[in-house]
Design a protein around this ligand. Structure first.
Ligand SMILES: Nc1nc2c(c(=O)[nH]1)N[C@H]1C(S)=C(S)[C@@H](COP(=O)(O)O)O[C@H]1N2
Ligand SMILES: [Mo]
Length: 219
């Protein structure tokens, strides 16, 4: 674990030296889209609550933004889809060894964080998801550099359609400078925190807590 930690530190430092963490991920063209964009991890959250939301076409799904913010938000999906959106064609790289290129439409995360008014104490944002693995929900977290990166979006559309359920409907994170497991699907709540230590088992993400995947998964 000590070794993993120092490797992670080295990755962060070398990426800063090479490109800077605020450099952009490559954006592709329409012709590059993968014919099939597979799903990984949860493809259908198996809770009664999610089934109800799905049956209602997510009309009552809300995105909650809370924690260390001046103005906690609770925004219905219809309002989220009405806000200005960004479209980007990017490559998704899963740690398990597959990649796919998809087109994403969604809300720039930094705008919503600014609307909520992050406290100066906030250091990370945590994404709470609707799917459960036993007693634990899937969750992920990123720091404020990635949170305010211009390509970090909350996507509600994929390949010119509403986001399909296997890919995280109605709302999923795209954090293009990091590996697939950081891209939280089925996002219901974004919590601004000072430290990750008090969140679930303290490593900043479901896989980080369970299998020792690195918290910083830069590509
Ligand atoms: N809520 C949730 N988000 C998740 C997962 C998951 O199981 N649950 N799997 C992660 C992993 S490992 C990957 S590679 C991507 C897969 O995204 P996709 O299903 O759109 O291919 O979602 C990530 N986000
Ligand atoms: Mo993954």
């Amino acid at each position: 674990m000590g070794l993993l930690k120092s490797a992670e530190g080295l990755t962060m430092k070398s990426q800063r030296l090479i490109g800077g963490r605020d450099s952009l991920a490559r954006e592709y063209g329409q012709a590059d889209l993968s014919p099939v964009f597979r799903s990984n991890g949860t493809a259908m959250p198996d809770t009664a609550e999610y089934a109800r939301h799905l049956a209602e076409n997510f009309a009552n799904w809300r995105l909650v933004v809370d924690g260390l913010v001046a103005r906690p938000l609770s925004i219905p999906m219809a309002a989220i889809r009405a806000l200005p959106s960004r479209t980007q064609i990017t490559r998704h790289d899963c740690v398990e060894g597959w990649s796919a290129i998809g087109k994403w439409h969604g809300l720039v995360l930094g705008r919503i964080l600014n609307a909520a008014g992050l406290s100066t104490r906030a250091r990370y944002v945590v994404f709470h998801c609707a799917d459960r693995f036993g007693q634990y929900p899937y969750y992920e977290s990123i720091d404020l550099i990635d949170a305010f990166h211009p390509q970090t979006i909350l996507a509600w559309g994929m390949n010119d359609r509403l986001l399909p359920v296997p890919n995280g409907a109605p709302l999923r994170l795209r954090v293009e400078r990091q590996l697939g497991y950081k891209h939280a699907k089925y996002v219901q709540r974004i919590e601004a925190v000072e430290s990750l230590a008090g969140v679930y088992r303290g490593k900043g993400g479901f896989w980080e807590d369970n299998t020792g995947y690195q918290w910083y998964a830069g590509i």
